[in-house]
Design a protein around this ligand. Structure first.
Ligand code: ADP
Length: 365
């Protein structure tokens, strides 16, 4: 049987454990040995206890748990050639030549570079006597499959990333909680929601919680947003709509057309000064990453994890690495590098404030 290593890297996201579980079980079902590589790339570089063979039992009782039980880390060492050389040495020691990387675009970029560099790493290991020559034949190629774990939904190529839906649930719970106190006191609330380059969470949460206004990075308000916000609220009350509260959601990365940040406290000041409202600010922060995985994320991650193992079994030295994506309601394989490059391009376009191009690029597969 083949040997598969699985690791989680970059920011954690609810549902990563469900993916790990599915990978272990589908892998074992197909006669493979599956290994946990703990603490992301750091565990791969450090080796030792960080690399452990998975058992059926060890992947029980984690499907519901948020975060990642095998640990995640940012790893500077892996960005250096010597770090990747050590990582390759450790993988070859265990005979692992199939990897499933669960992480954001940074982690998947790293995985793709590692795969392309693999033959030269193996040569260097042999030259330096860091691995025995008889290992080379079984280790000449490294297969990589990516899964996207990110609460931001900021990856091109997939309709949803693992963790988004759970984060949305957390936000919804928080908004519902705030609503009860807001309504009691006729207070307004401005909430900061995660999403640096991608406004999916504030947009979706805003729609599902009847927010008065939503500020997202991809669609900055045209003209004077302060005046527009006040006008909108005045109109609402003129039209007879009685509202005891107003909820306004602001993405972390919200900006105006000139690229100036729009922060919760700016919105609060406008409503306090111009509308004479009693307004409070709540920054949801890491609450959004916390808690159990939603049913949707468990299913999504399970389906993606299973497909990742199947993709590894189909991989050949010449097939490009793939990333497992959701397309409508189908789980599909897409070209990893293309998806990563598109995601990076979106960030670049955001920096140049080319919003129409961002929307177009995100929409195309
Ligand atoms: P995310 O995966 O959530 O986007 P990061 O961008 O921080 O998070 O990447 C996580 C880790 O992936 C980094 O700490 C580093 O170890 C590895 N990594 C990222 N980019 C590269 C790269 N170009 N080459 C090698 N490793 C990388």
């Amino acid at each position: 049987g083949q040997k598969i290593g699985v690791f989680t890297s970059g920011g954690d996201a609810q549902g990563m454990n469900a993916a790990v579980r599915a990978i272990v079980r589908v892998g074992m079902f197909l006669g493979c040995k599956v290994f946990y590589i703990k603490e992301g790339y750091q565990g791969m570089v450090d080796g030792g206890d960080n690399i452990q063979e998975a058992t059926w039992q060890s992947s029980s009782n984690i499907i519901n748990v948020g975060g990642t039980v095998i640990g995640s880390a940012r790893c500077m060492d892996f960005k250096e050639r010597w770090g990747r050389l050590k990582a390759a040495q450790n993988l070859i020691y265990w005979g692992i030549t199939n990897l499933i990387a669960i992480g954001g675009d940074g982690s998947l970029t790293g995985a793709n570079c590692f795969r392309l560099e693999w033959p030269s790493l193996v040569r260097e290991l042999v030259d330096k006597d860091m691995i025995s020559k008889d290992k080379i034949a079984q280790c000449s190629h490294l297969n990589i499959v990516g899964l996207v774990g990110s609460i931001d939904n900021d990856f091109c190529g997939t309709d949803m990333t693992i963790g988004v839906d759970s984060a949305l649930h957390r936000i919804q719970e928080a908004v519902d909680s705030i609503m009860t106190t807001a309504v009691s006191h006729k207070r307004g609330f401005v909430l900061e929601i995660m999403g640096r380059n991608c406004g999916y969470l504030p947009l979706a949460a805003g729609i599902s919680s009847e927010a008065t206004a939503i500020f997202i990075p991809e669609d900055p308000p045209v003209g004077d947003w302060r005046q527009a916000l006040c006008d909108q609220m005045t109109e609402k009350s003129k039209s007879g709509e009685v509202r005891r509260t107003h909820i306004i959601l602001v993405a972390e990365g919200a900006i105006d057309r000139e690229g100036n940040a729009i922060k919760c406290y700016d919105v609060q000041k406008v409503l306090t000064d111009q509308m004479k409202m009693d307004v409070r600010v709540t920054v949801l922060g890491h609450v959004q990453r916390g808690g159990n995985a939603s049913a949707f994320d468990r299913l999504l991650a399970t389906r993606m994890g299973a497909e990742a193992v199947l993709a590894l079994m189909d991989a050949t030295p010449t097939t490009p690495a793939c990333v497992i994506c959701l397309d409508g309601s189908d789980i599909v394989r897409r070209h990893l590098l293309n998806a990563v490059q598109k995601t990076k391009k979106v960030v670049e376009l955001m920096g140049e404030r080319r919003f129409e191009d961002v929307v177009q690029l995100r929409g195309r597969q």
